[in-house]
Design a protein around this ligand. Structure first.
Ligand code: CA
Length: 559
């Protein structure tokens, strides 16, 4: 009996062990089978980017303000990155980072004064060299014509919303109509009529909208000026709990926004009401945009905006500061989101075209912005700060049969990573001095290969428009440590989990003492690793101040 029991025990053990080892092997096989490989066929790539498109204004991220069903389709059929960010939240530096895969202090375009270092390699040049066709339509805003692009039609500088001019391979042209529609017309025309079907392509379709001064298409005037939008919780922020930089920035909707150029109050009504030009270029901004409309466009504009402004004129004398702030917020959102409506419609046109032609099958579609934007959070418009609304940027990518539809990813990815990602997707080797990381493991779903736990940020343009002080920062999933320098020497620490709106600087809170020590050490290492230093900060500052005081040095207006 005893022997039998022992035999049974032994048998049971052996059986159990056998099953377990078999299971383990199965698991191993499953893991190996799950690790996805890059497809051998080289994909087409369409890189759509808008200018200043806040993630808060995409319904895949938030349904507080607007529905964007077409942009959302990219995430529904692909991946939504909820923690994508930029290395320097301003237009041209971000664009140069995207093209080079390098931080701004390396490629040279740190702000609007410094020129791009022409010797830097950009990823379209490498794709072109590897047999890709390359084309670019819309807003580059880089201070240079693009390199490595076969065909381009680029808005000069900021470009215009109505009847815009374009620089092309064959010289300057002017196109009648609304800029967002025109850029997509050019994109679709190239796809349909002018590309070589035997080659893979890299196509940039880059919108000017919704950049300041936020002029919607005439078809959206009526609908959007009637809408009322939910206010952000921090619209009336008094900046207590933050440092000098937040208190002295000139980005407030009530006090720093242009009345004519931005809120679209007619210049003659400003004069009648005794409202002053706060920027010194308010009336010029109105004339530059509204003044460019043809008689037909202007008639539609006046039929909607004139009665709206007449109403405001009648109310103005009785409005207190709170009411004025609320009015300006609504006016801002009506025009900004009216611009987004056209962007979304045009994204839909492109997606439909790709679906209808079957071209979608082997095409990567990226939708992003050159940075985020404040939509009234902290009472602000504009960008620049490392605080979340301007630090983070939307990123949605679709790649059929590679990215699992409906994926959400929370890793800290950056505009720094695009060059290496696109090159790897195209089976082109990235130069070793690029500083990002390829997102391919995340697109394939091999998330365990992604090891980044912090990102670096550096903003330079000060003293300058909006007066956001120079600062650099290290950002982890949990914390943001910021150093503001030059005419202040202030550190800020935000607990991103407990204080997502970043209302309380806890740098001096004893509870965070160890966190500060650890992050400061990590920041020193990170600056070294990316080739940044205090010496370089001072060098860039010295050149900036010299250029500011020297009218002979050509600068590109970037606001
Ligand atoms: Ca921008």
């Amino acid at each position: 009996m005893l022997i039998n029991q022992n035999i049974l025990k032994c048998l049971s053990f052996c059986l159990l062990f056998g099953v377990l080892s078999c299971k383990t092997e199965n698991k191993k096989e499953e893991v190996i089978a799950e690790k996805k490989e890059l497809p051998k066929q080289r994909p087409n790539i369409i890189f759509m980017m808008s200018d200043d498109h806040a993630y808060q204004a995409i319904s895949a991220y938030s349904d507080r303000l607007i529905q964007t069903p077409n942009i959302d389709r990219i995430a529904d059929e692909g991946i939504l990155f909820t923690n994508a960010s930029v290395t320097n939240s301003i237009c041209a530096p971000s664009r140069a980072t995207i093209l080079t895969g390098k931080h701004t202090h390396i490629h040279g375009k740190v702000d609007n004064v410094f020129p791009f270092d022409e010797s830097q390699m950009t990823f379209p040049q490498l794709l072109q060299g590897a047999g890709y066709q390359t084309a670019m339509f819309g807003k580059l805003h880089f201070g240079n014509n693009p390199k490595g692009i076969d065909e381009f039609k680029i808005l000069p500088g900021q470009g215009q919303y109505y009847n815009p001019d374009f620089n092309t391979n064959d010289g300057k042209i002017t196109v009648e109509g609304y800029v967002t529609d025109i850029i997509m017309d050019m994109t679709l025309d190239w796809l349909e009529n002018r590309r070589d079907e035997n080659k893979p392509f890299m196509l940039f379709s880059m919108q000017k909208a919704p950049h300041r001064e936020w002029l919607p298409a005439p078809r959206h005037f009526k609908e959007y000026t009637k809408k009322s939008f939910k206010e952000p919780e921090t619209l009336f922020d008094d900046y207590e709990g933050r440092g000098t930089a937040a208190k002295t920035a000139e980005m407030n909707l009530l006090t720093h926004m242009n009345w004519a150029g931005d809120s679209k109050l007619y210049p003659e009504m400003m004069a009648e009401l005794g409202i002053k030009d706060v920027s010194g270029w308010d009336l010029e901004a109105f004339e530059r945009e509204v003044g460019r409309m043809n008689p037909e466009q202007r008639a539609v504009w006046d039929s909607v905006y004139k009665p709206l402004m007449e109403d405001f004129k009648a109310e103005y004398a009785n409005m207190n500061e709170t009411e004025l702030m609320k009015w300006r917020y609504q006016r801002y959102m009506q025009d900004y989101l009216g611009c987004i409506a056209s962007v979304d419609e045009n994204v839909g046109r492109l997606l439909d075209y790709l679906d209808d032609t079957g071209l979608d099958e082997n095409t990567i579609i990226v939708y992003t912005s050159d940075q985020g934007f404040y939509l009234g959070e902290h009472g602000w418009f504009d960008k620049r700060f490392v605080y979340d609304e301007s630090f983070k940027t939307p990123l949605l990518i679709k790649w059929p049969n590679v990215i699992k539809p409906g994926t959400t990813n929370t890793e800290m990815v950056q505009n720094l990573d695009f060059a290496q990602t696109i090159l790897e997707a195209a089976h082109v080797e990235a130069p070793s001095d690029m500083q990002g990381e390829s997102l391919i493991p995340l697109l394939l779903g091999n998330n365990e290969e992604w090891t980044r736990d912090a990102v670096y940020y550096h903003y330079y343009e000060y003293p300058g428009i909006h007066m956001v002080k120079r600062h650099y920062a290290i950002i982890t999933q949990e914390y943001k440590l910021i150093h503001f320098y030059y005419d202040v020497d202030e550190w800020e620490l935000y607990d991103r989990k407990k204080d997502p709106q970043e209302m309380t600087n806890v740098i001096d809170d004893p509870a965070y003492k160890d966190v500060v020590v650890k992050l400061k050490a990590q920041l020193v290492e990170m600056r070294k690793e990316y080739g940044d230093s205090s010496q370089l900060d001072q060098e860039i500052l010295r050149k900036y101040l010299e250029a500011r005081d020297n009218p002979d040095i050509e600068t590109v207006p970037l606001h």
